[in-house]
Design a protein around this ligand. Structure first.
Ligand SMILES: [Zn+2]
Length: 310
């Protein structure tokens, strides 16, 4: 069974090219253990009281920035995948920093490893027609980030996109959870998973993936997945015990391995270890682990056995 990361990004190497390669690799070596520790500690931030966490969220959103200078390009991703034996990755656009055109180009250049998820930006004329163009250019998924867009679930623009996605049978990844970073997100509350419940009902044939399991409130994501069979979750930013709880509540068949690489650092190794820890603690079986790590993604993306890797 292949290992498929269902949630990652990559930046163009425009900034990185001004940093000498030797400096980048040295910085990577020294920064790695620090970023890994921060990543491992991150799930426990949810234990901080709400009022304080809104402030710590603003600060912790800045933490990945130095790491992005040394590890965030497509080449860095391909290397990180190779080191952790990840076969394929869903590469998600986030315009303007990671444009759809850039993501599609990277996926066309590495068709064996990378799968394109496009995110049609606010202000795009005829968003539905643009999405059709992207599909013709190889887009396999649609991403909607309501917090970054500052749009409600009733927005006509989202309706136009969902209409095209559902007709083309494209799975839709939704950023979920209210991470309070106003530097990156115009409206954190817009991504509360509950907001999208009407979509799950109105597009029953469309498969929705709740990225990050609604972050600090995963039980809301599980409630929705229990109510709607077309709702899936990804494992990014969740500790082992929550991944185990996801499988207990909704079954392993709708849980997808996702890392949100390259944010913070060591995402792939930390993410894989969390799944393995679930198996070791008997929270999930090794069959569940196979489904989460790749089996479910193969099915969802309609990958043929021949192009699903080994
Ligand atoms: Zn992401």
């Amino acid at each position: 069974m292949p290992i498929i990361d269902f949630h990652a990004h990559a930046f163009p190497d425009s900034i990185h090219r001004f940093l000498p390669a030797s400096l980048r690799s040295q910085a990577k070596f020294w920064l790695k253990p620090v970023m890994k520790s921060i990543h491992q500690a991150q799930p426990y931030m949810r234990l901080v009281p709400d009022s304080i966490r809104k402030k710590t969220d603003e600060l912790s959103a800045l933490l990945p920035l130095p790491g992005l200078l040394i590890e965030s390009t497509t080449q860095d991703l391909l290397l990180a995948m190779e080191r952790s034996s990840v076969d394929k990755t869903v590469l998600i656009a986030h315009p303007p920093h990671m444009s759809n055109e850039f993501i599609l180009k990277m996926c066309q250049a590495h068709p064996e490893q990378l799968i394109a998820a496009v995110n049609v930006p606010v202000g795009q004329k005829s968003p539905g027609a643009k999405l059709k163009e992207y599909i013709a250019e190889g887009a396999k998924l649609l991403k909607i980030h309501a917090s970054a867009d500052n749009e409600g679930a009733d927005s006509p623009r989202y309706k136009a996109l969902l209409k095209v996605a559902s007709k083309a049978k494209l799975p839709v990844i939704l950023h979920t959870g209210c991470f309070h970073s106003h530097i990156f997100y115009k409206n954190p509350e817009a991504s509360h998973a509950q907001n999208f419940a009407p979509w799950f009902k109105d597009y029953p044939e469309t498969q929705f993936i709740l990225a990050h399991m609604n972050f600090n409130e995963p039980s809301v994501a599980f409630d929705l997945a229990e109510d709607y069979p077309n709702v899936h979750v990804d494992t990014s930013w969740q500790p082992s015990e929550i991944i185990g709880e996801a499988v207990r509540r909704i079954g392993a068949e709708r849980v997808l391995f996702g890392t949100d690489w390259p944010f913070i650092g060591s995402n792939i190794s930390v993410g894989l270890k969390r799944i393995q820890d679930c198996v070791n603690a008997n929270l999930i079986t090794s069959e569940d682990s196979d489904l989460i790590l790749g089996g479910n993604a193969v099915k969802l993306l309609g990958l043929a056995a021949s192009d699903a890797g080994t």
